[in-house]
Design a binder for this molecule. Structure first.
Ligand code: GAP
Length: 438
């Protein structure tokens, strides 16, 4: 993990938030390569969940919502972790994770084990961030930063249904920020206080939810595999009765084997009609669906798929990271799926003379003109330039050399195999586009 975090900083994937001021706990900023990687992850999700399906609509709801939403969803009452405080050192720990925590005064011991420890009884600590809407900071003005994007979908389900002419079964997908005042954040971008979720709520007829649950489990598993992730590092985890969230009747997580152990990064949940019924009750408005063909009314059940964009990006980074020995040196390479790679092709003139930079510049401009994120680099030895692109995960390096002027071909070096082939310079944009499937 340390190597990955340091590479991410050095190469401009991820920086700590407000580092200039000593950093802000568990918030991270995405640099030039990181923002491309995360955007590509989100783009792949949107394509699979919205563009390739005619039964799912997109949505972009506000982060701030009416505070009653969070009462209806039970987040105000139950979205909490049990916490204990140490009266001596003032540190706060999750009561159910004391065995994994260290006493700040004596790190070899767990909280409560050191003679100086004085722990309080567990208290519930709500994870939602509160703020105030408008100029008056009183309880009537309290609003929350949403802890999940799903509620924005539920309160808009009838709007989408009416505007889109969908029929149950159908889904609504959304990508957006969520906030949780996590007590034990950590492991880089794995558990943070500000993050993005990619969530889809699929509305189905009661009685059909089990079959749709299995359908979405399979779909989401296949999506992860299609990212090129190593299957042996993926597994399912079924929630036991004591793990289920308050809204779920059944839940499965997709877990990845991170360097720090197995961890969840996507959940598929059977949320029954819990959320819609609660919103119906709290808003006093009917949220029933009318099936015209069968002439029946019902509140749909919901099957949810929910994956963190940041956690998924971390999975992609961990899975792509490789170290290998090449010609007596260690090569660090990020073997991203080409569709996810932040830079698709680097264009490198072998030397900065003899007209090679001009040819390279033309190829580079052509790639960019076709919206292929390309990179131009003429600094340092060609070996060093290749290594830099390996660390950025660039699938193809295009080298313009002496032969280019003779026969109009360039060398394409493949990141994973290190094989090199000659390709006509004027075919490069097509070569890259074909391999990206666009
Ligand atoms: N709407 C259901 C829901 O929010 P969840 O299991 O609490 O379910 C879904 O969260 C996904 O959101 C997780 O699998 C994870 O990828 C991401 N996520 C949750 N909390 C996170 C955090 N503190 N930091 C980063 N990602 C988080």
């Amino acid at each position: 993990m340390e190597k990955l975090v340091s590479l991410c900083k050095r190469r401009g994937f991820v920086f700590q938030s407000s580092e200039l001021y000593g950093g802000l706990g568990s918030v991270w900023d995405y640099g030039p390569l990181g923002v491309e990687l995360k955007r590509n992850v989100k783009e792949r999700w949107w394509r699979a969940m919205v563009h390739s399906r005619d039964d799912i609509e997109g949505l972009d709801a506000g982060i701030l919502m009416h505070p009653r939403v969070w009462e209806a969803s039970q987040h105000v009452a139950t979205f909490a972790d049990p916490m204990v405080d140490c009266r001596t050192c003032k540190a706060r720990f999750r009561a159910d994770q004391l065995a994994a925590a260290q006493c700040p005064q004596k790190p070899s011991k767990h909280p409560g084990e050191h003679t100086a420890c004085s722990l309080t009884e567990p208290r519930q600590f709500n994870l939602m961030f509160k703020t105030f809407m408008g100029p008056v900071e009183d309880t009537a003005a309290v609003v929350y930063l949403r802890p999940e994007t799903a509620q924005g979908i539920y309160v808009n389900y009838l709007n989408v249904l009416q505007g889109s002419r969908q029929k149950v079964p159908f889904g609504i997908a959304q990508i957006g920020k969520a906030f949780r005042n996590e007590i034990t954040p950590g492991n880089f971008i794995y558990r943070t206080r500000e993050f993005e979720q990619m969530e889809m709520q699929f509305f189905v007829k009661p009685g059909t939810e089990d079959q749709w649950f299995e359908f979405w489990r399979e779909q989401r598993w296949q999506w992860q595999l299609a990212l090129g992730l190593r299957p042996e590092r993926l597994r399912w985890h079924q929630h036991g009765p004591d793990e289920l969230a308050h809204y779920a009747k059944a839940a499965y997580d997709i877990e990845y084997e991170f360097p720090f152990g197995w961890g969840e990064f996507e959940g598929v949940h059977n949320r029954t009609d819990f959320d819609l019924k609660r919103h119906q009750e709290y808003s006093g408005k009917k949220l029933e669906y009318f099936d015209q063909e069968k002439n029946e009314r019902y509140v749909p059940y919901v099957v949810e798929t929910s994956v963190g964009a940041d956690r998924c990006t971390l999975v992609v980074l961990c899975d792509a990271y490789h170290e290998e020995a090449v010609e007596g040196e260690t090569r660090v390479v990020l073997r991203f799926h080409p569709a996810l790679a932040p830079i698709k092709a680097a264009v490198l003139p072998l030397v900065k003379k003899d007209g090679l930079p001009e040819i390279a510049e033309r190829i580079y401009r052509d790639l960019r003109g076709k919206y292929v994120n390309a990179f131009y680099d003429d600094g340092g030895s060609i070996g060093r330039r290749y290594r830099r692109q390996d660390e950025a995960g660039t699938p193809w390096c295009v080298t313009v050399d002496g032969q280019t002027k003779e026969d109009g071909t360039v060398t394409v070096r493949h990141r994973d195999t290190l094989q090199q082939e000659r390709v006509a310079a004027d075919r490069i944009t097509g070569f890259v586009a074909e391999r990206l499937g666009s």
